[in-house]
Ligand binder design. Structure first.
Ligand SMILES: NC(=O)c1ccc[n+]([C@@H]2O[C@H](COP(=O)([O-])OP(=O)(O)OC[C@H]3O[C@@H](n4cnc5c(N)ncnc54)[C@H](OP(=O)(O)O)[C@@H]3O)[C@@H](O)[C@H]2O)c1
Length: 261
């Protein structure tokens, strides 16, 4: 076993790119893929990861390491440039985990302006669309590639006050996932999504108060907030053609029962 509950060779011979992998959910997924034998290309975030970042947590000194790339995906041209950097590094991509994103602050409905709208949508939706478009030749070359997009429970619930742009951007990605699943099926590319509930990462340390998180935890049937490691198995399942080869256009909700519908 690769420490994830999955076989240590589940991703042997497969190359997978994870975006937003410096911390939180992306870091856990990247570590899980490494533990299962993948060659991992890790987009760390706006900056390179340091040795103390989650991405490298628990990695033995002699274990295979992720190959890292940094890019501010909210910036014009950044997703295209990242795609070009990946194309320069590999001639085939078996998995693409579009995970980079964040709320970029809570903004009241009457304080929203065009710049804020562009920033949130560019990071959370546009970057995934353009990165995926740029990497399609590599994904087609795989023959059985998988794209897994990180959406959010808020795409369905609308989130909480101040998160309207972020929640709607994630809903865009959820619908885009289903559209791409149909369009790319003839290329042997499956497209699915993971929808985390309330997962304790930098995201909530930045945008939610401890009181709000306590109240949320009390309403979750499994009676606790989630962890990045709680999310890993859903990504690995959807990324593996051995495990989910007949699954496309779907979203797995990982939320302790926070949303049941
Ligand atoms: N935590 C939750 O409860 C929750 C729930 C639903 C969905 N999600 C989604 O899950 C994904 C991962 O979030 P997380 O909770 O693991 O939080 P996180 O630890 O803050 O991770 C977010 C990742 O996205 C990167 N990122 C943020 N802004 C970026 C930018 N402008 N350009 C490039 N990369 C950027 C971050 O890197 P830098 O900050 O170093 O740039 C980091 O690697 C996000 O898409 C988030 O929206 C989280």
């Amino acid at each position: 076993m690769g420490g994830t509950g999955f076989a240590a060779d589940l991703f042997a011979g497969r190359t997978v790119l994870v975006t937003g992998a410096r911390s939180g959910i992306g870091a856990a997924v990247a570590r899980g893929l490494l533990a299962c034998g993948a060659r991992v290309l890790a987009h760390t975030g706006r900056q390179e990861a340091g040795p103390d970042d989650d991405l490298f947590a628990g990695l033995a000194p002699d274990a295979p390491r992720p190959e890292t790339f940094a890019a501010d995906l909210a910036a014009d041209g950044a997703a295209e440039a990242l795609a070009a950097a990946i194309i320069a590094r590999t001639d085939r991509l078996d998995g693409l985990i579009n995970n980079a994103g964040t709320m970029l602050g809570r903004v009241a409905a009457d304080a929203v302006d065009a710049a804020q709208f562009a920033k949130v949508v560019d990071l959370n939706a546009r970057s995934a669309v353009l990165l995926t478009a740029g990497l399609l030749p590599l994904l087609r070359a795989s023959g059985d590639a998988a794209i897994v997009n990180t959406v959010s429970i808020s795409a369905r619930t609308g989130g909480s006050p101040g998160s309207s742009l972020y929640s709607a951007a994630k809903a865009f990605v959820a619908t885009w996932t289903r559209s791409l699943a149909k369009e790319l099926a003839p290329d042997g590319i499956r497209v699915n999504a993971v929808s985390p509930g309330t997962i304790m990462t930098d995201f909530h340390r930045r945008y939610s108060t401890p009181e709000k998180l306590d109240a949320t935890a009390r309403q979750i049937p499994l009676a606790r907030l989630g962890t990045p490691d709680d999310c890993t198995a859903a990504y690995l399942y959807l990324a593996s053609p051995k495990l989910s080869g007949y699954v496309t256009g779907q979203t797995i909700e990982v939320n302790g029962g926070q949303l049941l519908a």
